[in-house]
Write a protein that binds this ligand. Structure first.
Ligand code: GAL
Length: 443
């Protein structure tokens, strides 16, 4: 029979297992089993001992909901969690990640948790329209006091502070920034096709010509994945063809989404899809990036979270702004929230403080691609790509991402995503896609 002392030791041992950071689901699962075994032993103990067991201190935990569940994104989250463990060693990180790029599966899971009054302690959100929708629905606690305490507003570029605020009130702590308009290429595949791997593609049409040349060489010109990555691609075509003001105008009423210029851009999108892999709907963005890394495809268009995937390839990739978008930084802001009704608001606040810290911002940006959200981080601590993105962000025109929740709200984005899927499966015309875009942009 176990003594109460044995029982305590068992629980402590279980927690020590859990304290490991960088632990994949397997380790958490093992430690959860350990706690379960101890709990079962505890029941037996209660049955054979009259002495009341001493009360255990309540477990201190923070449940963090993201979609950074695998590959480079999981490694980056692990790196962030390591900083958290250093800063808040008494709090156990509970990983509630749901796999699927750009939150393609996570957002539905989150919506149903929130609807069922089962919020995590904190969840990942995109700055801009996606955040604003949560605020309008009364799902988030404002972070004015935390921002004041950390003097965080002073450390955030205006575009970032705007993205995490609604009516001037901050509701999320940004963890990092990403650039969405990046074209990644495998130089060897280009050389094999007889193209100059250093060519700049000054215009979108130059790039279309290069895609045709790669196609003739027998390799996939442009690797693309499931529907959200196709929306990401559509976003880049709109940006390239309309320019930063014309593109931003689509979402704020300044540009007519029903115009002939937009029709021409959608026809370009159809041409691009013609250069992509047929099995796109079975892939996620990592698979498409890996095809470029492996030399099966020449190009992929993806945000700079693809950097770690491509960087790990033997043949280092090249990157450039998507042709036609040079001088524009298509901004994605990742941030963390304090949901109304969070079970552990104090540990959620610990998480938010870590996310805001310079150590976390640098470690996370270097592991994930992209760049820190706060200006407190020194560029000398950043990797080569991250530094380049940092300077581009400061110099370029900044526009909000469509596919990553900044430009239009979640319901409109979901409807447009579905229309894009129908179009790329060949089941809708350019006119029908344009009608869906008009609707998504506000009718
Ligand atoms: C974006 C997110 C990035 C990255 C990407 C792919 O929406 O902002 O941080 O996770 O999805 O999953």
């Amino acid at each position: 029979m176990l003594t109460p002392g044995d029982r305590r030791a068992g629980i402590v041992a279980g927690r020590e297992t859990e304290a490991g950071v960088g632990a994949a689901g397997g380790r958490w699962a093992r430690s959860a089993r350990a706690v379960g075994v101890v709990a079962a032993l505890g029941v037996g103990l209660a049955a054979c001992s009259a002495a009341p067991a001493p009360a255990e201190p309540a477990e201190q935990r923070v449940e963090v909901f993201t979609w950074w569940a695998s590959g480079s994104e999981k490694l980056a989250l692990d790196a962030l969690v390591r900083v958290f463990a250093e800063q808040h060693p008494q709090t156990r990180f509970v990983d509630a990640a749901v796999a699927g790029g750009a939150g393609s599966a996570a957002k539905d899971v989150l919506a149903s948790r929130l609807a069922n009054d089962d919020p995590p302690d904190t969840f990942q959100v995109h700055g801009g329209a996606e955040l604003a929708e949560h605020v309008a629905a009364g799902r988030l606690t404002d972070l004015e006091d935390l921002f004041a305490d950390l003097d965080l507003a002073a450390d955030l570029p205006d575009a970032v502070l705007d993205a995490v605020s609604v009516d001037g009130v901050p509701y999320a702590v940004p963890s990092n920034l990403h650039r969405a308009n990046v074209l990644w290429a495998n130089p060897q595949v280009l050389a094999d096709a007889g193209l100059d791997p250093a060519a700049g593609y000054a215009t979108f049409d130059d790039w279309l010509a290069a895609l045709a040349t790669v196609q003739a060489s027998g390799r996939t010109p442009l690797a693309v994945a499931s529907t959200w990555t196709q929306v990401h691609l559509l976003e880049q075509v709109l940006l390239a063809r309309l320019g930063p003001d014309g593109y931003t105008g689509l979402w704020d009423g300044g540009t007519d989404p029903g115009s002939l210029e937009v029709t021409a851009a959608l026809a370009d999108f159809a041409r691009l899809i013609g250069y992509t892999n047929d099995d796109r709907d079975a892939l996620d963005w990592q698979d498409a990036a890996q095809r470029v890394a492996d030399g099966q495809a020449a190009f992929t268009v993806m945000g700079d979270w693809a950097f770690p995937v491509l960087e790990s390839a033997g043949e280092h990739p090249t990157w450039r702004p998507v042709p036609g978008t040079a001088g524009t930084f298509d901004l994605v802001v990742d941030a963390f929230t304090l949901p109304v009704g969070a079970p552990n608001p104090q540990t959620a606040e610990q998480w938010l403080r870590t996310v805001a810290s310079t150590d976390a911002q640098v470690v996370f940006a270097n592991a994930k691609g992209g760049l820190p959200a706060t200006t407190a981080a020194s560029t000398s601590d950043l990797g080569t790509y991250q530094r380049e993105a940092h300077f581009a962000f400061r110099a370029d025109a900044v526009v909000p991402s469509l596919a990553h929740g900044s430009a239009i709200g979640p319901a409109e984005l979901a409807a447009l995503t579905s229309a894009v899927g129908t179009f790329t499966r060949g089941e809708a015309s350019v006119a029908q896609l344009q009608a869906a875009l008009v609707e998504a942009a506000g009718g």
